[in-house]
Design a protein around this ligand. Structure first.
Ligand code: OSB
Ligand code: MG
Length: 370
């Protein structure tokens, strides 16, 4: 394939309810879609991070520059542009996994559409639908939290993840356990809010039979996570600290985690996500597919990943209605606690022209430079 054009569409979708984590509160999904045109087909992707570098070091405005000035020129210079050729061509650019994932996914979408192949087939997915968990933000009060959890369970979500931070950890977990019972699949996510000095406190969570505790300590501090894991019965799950398969290999070898949250964007794209899945499976380490409050454009390819055989825990891939009153694609609807894996070629979904027009706040051509 040959790259003909790449454009960025900045979109802003209001969230149904504010989403509060230990690193901030989001009230809208404010991101860009990347649309590429090749001589064979077109492709779409969604940048996963936010306007501010609070979850990870990457952010919207920075990613636009990285894609425009450093990634697209390398893609355009390839004699034959394929997904397989792209990653080595981008390797000279350090870091910026989320920006690379946006470009690679748009290209992969175009390439698979040209071949008439769904992403799920390309990845080797084995399920037609995947169980959906839901990530529940930090609330002002326990009654408010219990109401939210009750509503999600009534909708059919099969697993609850509670966002935690110092001051909002043992009490909400205890309240949810007391109200909904021991059998509820329950886990927590601290988004790096604790330090090793909190180990004794975090041990109090052990009595609640959690599936896992996600990214309790500083990003990239595998050593501290390994020391914490030695003191906890609850499996440690890494999110922010895993940027590629090499990190995953180190973390597993060090026993810094016993579960991995795979976010394809965070690890540079779907092929690397697949490698982490395979590596973890070879070590008997369960993985699951995380989320970043994506619109349908980002959610569709995540569902293909979530359908891999090693994704043995429910993911954070919730239905469109958990986030938005109106999505930018046909909405993903929860049925029987599951979401369908797209079956159309590529990521398997397109933006709805009308919704796209209404949610788009800016549009810029990135290649060729005008
Ligand atoms: O840490 O998994 C996280 C959302 C934004 C940024 C980071 C995280 C999250 C979530 C929500 O937990 C996942 C989702 O529902 O998409
Ligand atoms: Mg997380």
């Amino acid at each position: 394939m040959r790259l003909e054009r790449a454009e960025l569409l900045h979109v802003a979708l209001p969230l149904i309810t504010p989403f509060r984590t230990s690193f901030g509160t989001m009230t809208s999904k404010d991101t860009f879609l990347l649309h590429i045109v090749t001589d064979r087909a077109e492709g779409w992707s969604e940048f996963a991070a936010d306007p501010e570098p609070l979850y990870c070091s990457e952010f919207l405005a920075g990613a636009e520059i990285v894609i425009r000035d450093f990634l697209l020129p390398r893609a355009a210079a390839l004699r034959t542009l394929t997904t397989a050729a792209l990653a080595p061509a981008l390797a000279a650019v350090k870091g910026h996994e989320l920006a690379k994932a946006a470009l690679e996914t748009a290209l992969l979408d175009a390439e698979l559409r040209a071949h008439g192949m769904p992403l799920a087939t390309f990845l080797g997915s084995v399920h037609e639908r995947v169980p959906a968990g839901v990530s529940v933000g930090i609330k002002d009060s326990l009654p408010e939290l219990l109401d939210d959890v009750e509503r999600y369970l009534a909708e059919g979500y099969v697993r609850i993840k509670l966002k935690i931070e110092p001051g909002w950890d043992v009490a909400p977990v205890r309240a949810v356990r007391e109200r909904f019972g021991e059998a509820l699949p329950l886990q927590v996510d601290a988004n790096t809010a604790y330090t090793l000095a909190d180990a004794e406190h975090l041990r109090k969570l052990d009595e609640f039979g959690l599936l896992l505790i996600e990214e309790p300590l500083e990003e990239n501090n595998l050593h501290a996570h390994a020391r914490l894991q030695r003191r906890l019965a609850t499996p440690v799950c890494l999110d922010e600290s895993i940027h590629n398969a090499r990190d995953a290999a180190s973390a597993i070898a060090m026993d810094a985690c016993r579960v991995i949250n795979i976010k394809p964007a965070r690890v540079g794209g779907y092929p690397e996500a697949r490698r982490i899945h395979d590596l973890a499976a070879a070590h008997g380490v369960p993985v699951w597919c995380g989320g970043m409050l994506e619109t349908g454009i980002g959610r569709a390819p995540n569902l293909a990943l979530a359908a891999l055989p090693g994704c043995t825990l429910p993911g954070d891939t919730s239905a469109s209605g958990r986030y938005f009153a109106e999505d930018i694609t046909e909405p993903f609807v929860l049925r029987d606690g599951h979401l369908p894996v797209p079956t159309a070629p590529g990521i398997g979904i397109d933006p709805l022209p009308d919704a796209l027009a209404r949610f788009t706040t800016a549009r810029r051509q990135l290649y060729p430079r005008t």
